[in-house]
Design a protein around this ligand. Sequence first.
Ligand SMILES: *Cc1c(COP(=O)(O)O)cnc(C)c1O
Length: 485
Amino acid sequence: MLKNEINEKQRKHLKLLPGVDHILEKAKANSLFNDIPKSVVIKSVRSVIAKLRESILDNNKNFSDPDLTDASILSDLEKLVQEDMRPNLKRVINATGVVVHTNLGRSLLTDTALENIAEIAGGYSNLEFDLLNGRRGSRYSLVEDILCEISGAESAMVVNNNAGAVFLSLNTVAPQKEVIVSRGELVEIGGSFRIPDVMEKSGAILKEVGTTNRTHLKDYENAISENTGLLLKVHTSNYSVVGFTAAVSLEQMVELGNKQRLPVMEDLGSGTFIDFSKYNMTKEPTIQESVASGADIITFSGDKLLGGPQAGIIIGSKIIIDRIKQNPLARALRIDKLTLAALESTLRLYREPEKAVKAIPTLYMLTIPLSDIKDRAEKLAKLLSDIEEPDFNKPSLKKPGLSVSISNISSRAGGGALPLLDLPSKAVRISIAGISANSIEKSMRRNDPPIIGRIEEDLFVLDLRTIHNEELTLIVSAITQIIKK
Ligand SMILES: *Cc1c(COP(=O)(O)O)cnc(C)c1O
C-alpha cells in the first residue's frame, strides 16, 4: 500500500513500535534467552517487529493498542525463539492408521536397533576393518551373513534404498541389454520411482511384454533375442490387477531363464520374511519363497514391511552379487554406518519370527489385536471427555461443544505393501462446536508435537492403530488447547 494511505491510527501505532535494541534490552533485563545464540534472538526480534508492522499496515486487521506492550512483544518473541530452536525434522504423532507411511518416515526402529545406533555413532567401529585379519574390510560384509542365514540366499549386499538396489542391479547386469518386463508390472511408486525411468537411467533397455491384465510365459519366450540381458519381475506393490488376469510366476520365469541362460531378477518392493497369512492377513510372497524359486537377484526395501532403517537389500547368486559389489556406482549408493547398525539389529530379530512380530514396531502395529486398539480408543475417548470446561465461572457448561465418539475404521499397511488389505481398526472422531474439522486438523498438525490425523464426514478422525499409549495425553493436551483458545 502507498505511504499516503496510512491513517491516523496507523501512524500512531507505527510510532509506538519499539526498535530492535529496546526489545533486546527488555529481554536481557528479564534474563530471557540466556542460553540462546544471539543471532537467533536478533533474527527473531526483527521478525517480530516486521510482523507487527505488517499487521499495523494491514487495513483489514483491527489492530488494538495492547499488542504493542513489552509483555506482549516479549511473549511473541519467546514463541518465535522457541520455534527457531527446535529442529526442522521432528517427531510427530501418526494418527492416520497408515503403518508404513512414507511421508511420516515409514518404519519405527526397535529398541535394540536404537541402542546399537547410539553405540556405533558415539565411537569408532570396525565399519571397514577386518578385525580377524587386521586388514581393510568391507562394510557390505557386516550384514551379509545374517541376510543369507534368514533368507536362504547365497550372497547379499546392501545399498542406500531399494530404488538404488534396482538401479545398481540393472546397471551391473544389463547395460545396453534388453530387460523383459510384463506390462502389468510397470509400476510407479510414490511419484519419483518409475520402473521405466529407472531402467532408462541405468542403461538397460525396457522390453515390455503382454498386456496390462494378462501376460503369459510365451510372451516372455517370444521377446527373447540375442540382445536380451535379464528377465525382470516387479512386485505390484501399491495396486492390484483384478478380474480377468494372468501373470507368470517367478518359478516359471526362472525355468525359462535357466533354459535360455538368462538371469532372472525380482524387485519385491516391500519384501517380508514373515508369512502374513499366519496372522489372518492376505498372503504376501515372502523373501524366502523368492530365494527358493531360484531367482538370481532379489531386491527389497529395509524400511517397508521389514521394519528397519531406510536401505536397499540385494540378495541372490554370488557370481552376480560379486559383480554388483564391484560396480563403481555402488560407492555412490553406499549405506552409512548408522543404517548398518540399525539394519543388523533388526535383521537379527528375524531368527525368531514370532518374537520379531512382537518386537518390530511395523509388524506389531500390523498384527495388533483389534481388542487392544479398542481399549486404546476407549482410553482416549475417556480422557477427552474428562477435559475441564475452561470457564470456571460456569461450571454447568462441561466440555464446551466437544463431542467424541468411537467408530470402526480401516487402516492401511502403506508403503506400497498389501494394497488391497483393509485392516479393521478403531477411530476416535472429534468435533468441537464452532470450530471446523479443517481448523482442528490444522491446529493439530501445528501442535508440538504435530498430530497428523484425517478428516472424514466433517469430523477430525484419529486411527488408534498407529498411536502409542504414551501419546494419548499429548493428544488430549492438544485438544484442550484448541478448546481453550
Ligand atoms: C517401494 C518400492 C521401490 C522403492 O523402494 P525405496 O526403498 O523406497 O527406494 C521399488 N520398487 C518397488 C516395487 C517398491 O514397492
